[in-house]
Design a binder for this molecule. Structure first.
Ligand code: SIN
Ligand code: FE
Length: 313
């Protein structure tokens, strides 16, 4: 058992995640939707709130990845308009998939800008993905496993305190996508701050100014990675390694049926996917400055615990 069970840590942070259903018949203020996300809740739509053409869905469901490509999700990088993780032997199929992912990415961005106006334009459009692999029983190395609860942190795309917002659509016509969530980051942060260790105040001084300049010049990702990013990545790994946490934390199970679309700040919602095949996803990196409850951001929580800044200005 962990020394301090995260489910019983001494703070008053929310211990659970709520599902907030959003529909045309029950519109909500944009600010209150952002607040729900920032509190660690899931915004849920029973139907995709933007068009995903039927022929696109059919093409995606018919995708046959070669065995070499099969273990990977397909990623779309909007900034470069490029797709990775594809079966290269099927040029026509690859082109079609590229066009579908570009369309999903653009529709998702337009939709988000209209729904979450406090965030509009204050984001970086990150990767989109197509997830054609059955998640139940999927084999992956420990830190790549998505069936163990974790908060997201991208080692090669540090956020420097900005937020990771993901929008998912289950395009499987018959099968739900099943998630599990553990208590949100605010509730588990004290426990993982202890087990991972918070970066010291002088962390950035460890690398001399000239070395940092050189590291940036050669585009070494570590040069852009703040103490916050280091911690979040270590925390992501620690959560997947910590069987005592997995056994003792209060888990919630969620079923996202065919057509469901949902949005989550995955840097604060501890999530895992247990079952499901065929999902589309778009990631946004939202500026920390756009938060309506900035004190709830993981970086703010960690800076309070550490007592000093964790990002380089
Ligand atoms: C994850 O972000 O850990 C996976 C979520 C999913 O594919 O449903
Ligand atoms: Fe994740």
């Amino acid at each position: 058992m962990p020394a301090t069970s995260p489910a019983h840590s001494q703070n008053t942070a929310a211990e659970t995640t709520n599902l907030i259903t959003v529909s045309r018949t029950s519109p909500r203020e944009a600010t209150s939707l952002c607040e729900e996300l920032e509190c660690g809740n899931i915004l849920y739509f029973s139907e995709p709130p933007f068009l995903i053409p039927a022929e696109d869905r059919e093409a995606l469901l018919g995708q046959k990845q070669s065995s070499a490509a099969f273990h990977k999700n397909v990623a779309y990088r909007p900034a470069e308009d490029r797709v990775t993780g594809l079966d290269e032997s099927d040029a026509a199929g690859a082109e079609r998939l590229h066009a579908i992912l570009r369309g999903y990415s653009q529709s998702a961005m337009k939709f988000l800008g209209e729904l979450l106006t406090p965030y509009a334009g204050k984001w970086k459009l990150d990767y989109a993905s197509f997830r054609p692999i059955e998640e139940r029983g999927r084999v992956a190395r420990l830190h790549a496993r998505n069936d163990l609860p974790h908060v997201d942190a991208f080692p090669t795309r540090p956020t420097n305190g900005d937020r990771i917002l993901r929008l998912f659509t289950n395009i499987n016509p018959t099968q739900s996508r099943v998630w599990m969530t553990a208590p949100p980051f605010a509730a588990i942060a004290p426990y993982f701050a202890k087990s991972v260790g918070l970066p010291a105040a002088q962390w950035q001084g460890a690398l001399s100014a000239s070395l940092r300049k050189l590291a940036r010049a050669v585009n070494w990702p570590g040069a852009r990675r703040s103490p916050y990013d280091q911690f979040m990545h270590a925390c992501h790994n620690a959560m997947k390694e910590d069987t005592a946490f997995q056994q003792s934390a209060a888990m919630q199970r969620w079923e996202f049926p065919p057509n469901a679309t949902w949005m989550v700040l995955t840097d604060c919602v501890s999530h895992a996917v247990l079952e499901g095949q065929y999902a589309l996803e778009q990631t946004f990196i939202i500026s920390r400055a756009a938060m309506v409850r900035p004190e709830l951001a993981p970086v703010a929580i960690l800076e309070r615990l550490a007592g000093h800044p964790l990002t380089g200005a």
